[in-house]
Design a protein around this ligand. Structure first.
Ligand SMILES: Nc1ncnc2c1ncn2[C@@H]1O[C@H](COP(=O)(O)OP(=O)(O)O)[C@@H](O)[C@H]1O
Ligand SMILES: [Mg+2]
Length: 259
């Protein structure tokens, strides 16, 4: 087994909602004391129905959202306690691909500018190398060099997701959270983007936390799967083992449709 890249221990995030001053508190346990490890080089699937806490988990791991309890150790550092300055340095290594990449892409910017932004932010290459690096990244994600002059509205859904992927890998990360990266795409395009993600993983030596509600997607690409239900991880194991022999009632229900 490879070495551990990320350890999550007893991680929680609860939200307290109160409609009016006198109405009772409503506590949503978005993430409720979860623990797991991610091994270097693997694709770990995090699956479960909508609202079970997958996105919150991904955001907590990247510190885009702050946890209530727990430790998140990445490359030996607990990122829940380190300073923002150290976190900025680590962000190069930990990136995210969103479901709706277009929502994170400024419509006024060209594709070239969008991909150059993380290169500048993290000073990945020198100023005079940025243009070349943008072209290299475009080609790496299956876009053409001349696409750099386009705007997002001129791209298809799949092409926009390729831009989102290029931005995520621009800082040369080791670990990428893929948060439902194909869920918003047409079925015909989903396979192409999944293939791209798997090719990049191999080529760049990436490790993925692959979030999805769609078992048909994760069963082919994940080495292991963690099943999340109402904020908790109820079962975790090697993909084929889990599919062949699910133990938890919720996992059984989830797998009924695909076996
Ligand atoms: N900022 C927030 N304030 C209140 N509740 C939230 C917030 N973010 C997420 N939630 C709730 O936490 C739960 C988990 O959400 P999420 O992590 O987005 O689930 P998933 O990605 O699995 O669909 C849901 O019930 C959601 O409504
Ligand atoms: Mg989500």
């Amino acid at each position: 087994m490879n070495r551990i890249l990320l350890t999550v221990e007893n991680l929680s995030k609860h939200y307290t909602l109160r409609k009016g001053l006198l109405s009772p508190k409503n506590v949503i346990k978005a993430v409720d004391h979860i623990s797991f490890e991610v091994y270097e080089g693997e694709t770990l699937g995090l699956i479960g129905e909508s609202g079970c806490g997958k996105t919150t988990t991904g955001e907590l791991i990247l510190r885009l959202n702050r946890s209530d309890t727990g430790k998140i150790c990445f490359l030996g550092q607990d990122i829940t306690v380190i300073q923002e300055k150290e976190m900025r340095e680590l962000r190069k290594d930990m990136q995210i691909i969103f479901q709706q990449s277009q929502e994170t892409l400024d419509p006024k910017a060209t594709i070239g500018e969008l991909i150059a932004a993380p290169l500048r932010l993290h000073a990945i290459v020198s100023k005079n190398e940025i243009a070349g690096e943008v072209v290299r990244l475009l080609n790496l994600v299956g876009l053409r060099s001349k696409d750099q002059y386009k705007h997002t509205y001129q791209l298809s859904g799949g092409q926009k997701q390729r831009v989102g992927i290029a931005r995520a890998i621009a800082s040369r990360p080791r670990f990428v959270v893929c948060d439902e990266p194909v869920s918003a795409l047409d079925i015909s395009v989903q396979g192409q983007i999944l293939n791209l993600l798997m090719d990049l993983k191999k080529e760049l030596g990436l490790t993925y936390l692959f979030i999805s509600h769609d078992l048909k997607v994760v069963q082919h690409i994940c080495d292991r799967i963690a099943v999340m239900y109402r904020g908790q991880i109820v079962e975790m194991g090697e993909t084929m083992e889990l599919i062949d022999n699910p133990k938890h009632g919720y996992t059984k229900k989830l797998f009924q449709d695909i076996v």
